[in-house]
Design a protein around this ligand. Structure first.
Ligand code: NAD
Ligand code: 6OD
Length: 488
């Protein structure tokens, strides 16, 4: 039993948690206790907001862009210097394989600071000359200012990566932040607080509040009048609650929400690449990636071989603990989330799906039986309007349907309330561009998946989000533009 307690981090200090209510942080591989976590009260939220507001006026607010960027490089270097600690913490909180977190979560957690620090140094603002009746003219130029205190609410699936994806640009633009990590995965936000202090980030610039959503730190933060903007990644219905919380003060929000992403596999694809990519897009991180594929459409000529190859791939996946070099699949995030995923597995059966593989809980060694393990699962045979095809499941599963022509598959793939991502597999370049342009989503990958250039716009349409972040689009959200018009 662990006796470690994670504390809230306010104004550069881990605050005393005596007398505070604490909750358990459990490891999903076996449900063992990792740590206790001090839940932030409304008074802690007030203190964090006061610290973050003061932080805007302190040394942070007076630094040049170069000075701030230099400090953010030190933060990135500090994460890399403590790589193994971040890796162990992230894998304990999530159960994900070291092999995955080593290549994605931790390096991206560091890169998010460097990329945006460099970006802000190199983006010009706009300027327009205009004529005036007296002939003298005028000049307009726009300047960017930080928005102020940014509330960052993040999820559990890629905790460090998705939190720093917001914190990196927010700080690069000169804001201060209050992070509310997911209650399921609080550890790396806490470790990052130590790195912030080691790097010399001034007090009040980075604050961390632990807790839940409704009637807890999440809601207290998003309702707080001292917060100038909220950036959120998580479920669509949570986004709706956060939007309502900020509505009376018309506060800006940036939302990265759920998805029900299609993959479209044409008969002229490179089958090896399509199978490899779809294996990743369906099963990576135990299917808990917002960009992941849950609806696969395969052209009828290759339907049977594709289903057979994906089945073989799914059955070759090896569930196991994060540091097992032979394992390539972890558990779901929690027993509660497993109940949700298993309820869809049952619904699929009840609807008459053909269960190509999986559909239940794997037989794990005794020591891991209390963990949130679930089988990778593939279905065929369901209608496009079935619940399995419409609702985000967020588990290692997909439904595969055949299609006969391009227009038909575009219509069916777009027939969803979500609009986050799509993968298209074809060797026909014209078709790739044609179909890509018709997809009602924020992100299309052709012959790949989750290939990320951080300078590009990222986000979803329809119920998958509001706004875009990445590159200059992050600057649009994390800064306020003032146009100055000078009459000559
Ligand atoms: P979630 O919405 O349950 O929780 C996300 C965060 O919001 C947590 O920190 C939680 O405590 C907080 N929260 C919950 N209710 C709140 C409230 N009323 N007010 C303020 N904060 C509140 O999401 P999750 O289960 O952690 O993550 C999985 C979901 O996130 C999936 O739907 C997935 O698609 C989505 N997601 C989207 C993206 C994207 O980029 N579009 C990326 C990752 C995850
Ligand atoms: O790569 C990113 O920047 C990003 N936001 C990824 C989101 C993954 C969702 O689970």
């Amino acid at each position: 039993m662990s006796n470690k307690t994670l504390r809230n981090f306010i104004n550069g200090t881990f605050v005393d948690h005596s007398g505070q209510s604490c909750f358990d942080n459990r490891n999903p591989i076996d449900n063992s206790l990792i740590s206790r976590v001090a839940e932030a009260s409304a008074a802690d939220v007030d203190s964090a907001v006061a610290a973050a507001r003061a932080g805007l006026l302190g040394p942070w607010g007076k630094m040049s862009v170069d000075e701030r960027a230099g400090l953010l490089h030190r933060v990135a270097d500090g994460v890399i210097a403590r790589f193994d600690e971040f890796l162990a913490a992230e894998c304990a909180d999530t159960g994900k394989p070291y092999s995955l977190a080593r290549h994605i979560d931790i390096p991206r957690g560091a890169a998010n600071f460097k990329i945006f620090a460099d970006l802000v140094k190199n983006v010009a603002t706009e300027s327009f000359q205009m004529g005036t009746p007296d002939g003298a003219g005028a000049i307009n130029y726009a300047i960017r200012k930080p928005r102020g205190v940014i509330g960052v609410i993040s999820p559990w699936n890629l905790p460090l990566l998705l939190m720093t994806w917001k914190v990196g640009p927010a700080l690069a633009c000169g804001n201060t932040v209050i992070v509310k990590p997911s209650e399921e995965t609080p550890t790396t936000a806490n470790l990052l607080a130590e790195v912030m202090n080691e790097a010399g980030i001034p007090d009040g610039v980075y604050n961390v509040l632990n807790g839940f959503g409704p009637n807890s730190a999440g809601e207290f933060l998003t309702r707080h009048h001292g917060v100038d903007a909220v950036t959120f990644t998580g479920e669509t219905r949570t986004g709706a609650a956060i939007m309502k919380a900020g509505a009376d003060r018309v506060r800006p929000v940036s939302f990265e929400l759920g998805g029900k992403n299609p993959a479209i596999v044409f008969a002229d694809c490179d089958l090896e690449k399509a199978i490899e990519g779809t294996m990743r897009s369906v099963f990576a991180n135990c299917g808990q990636v917002c960009l992941g594929t849950e609806r696969v459409f395969v052209e009828r000529q290759i339907f049977d071989i594709f289903v057979e190859r994906l089945r073989a791939g799914a059955e070759a996946l090896r569930p196991g603990v994060p540091n097992d070099p032979d394992a390539n699949m972890g558990p779901l995030i929690s027993l509660e989330h497993r109940d949700k995923v298993l309820s869809y597995y049952e619904k699929a059966k009840a609807l008459g799906a053909i269960v190509v593989t999986g559909g239940g809980v794997p037989d794990m060694p005794k020591a891991l039986r209390e963990g949130a393990w679930v089988e990778p699962t593939i279905w065929t045979g369901l209608a496009d309007d079935s619940i399995i095809m419409r609702e985000e499941i967020f588990g290692p599963c997909c439904h595969i349907s055949p299609f006969d022509d391009e227009n038909e598959v575009v219509r069916r793939a777009n027939d969803t309330e979500y609009g986050l991502a799509c993968s298209i597999w074809t060797e026909n370049t014209s078709r790739a561009h044609r179909v890509a342009g018709k997809m009602d989503v924020g992100l299309v990958w052709v012959n790949s998946w989750f290939l990320r250039d951080l300078r590009t716009p990222f986000g979803g349409s329809k119920m998958s989000g509001i706004g875009r972040e990445g590159g200059v689009h992050s600057l649009e959200f994390y800064t306020e533009l003032t146009n100055i018009c000078v009459k000559l």
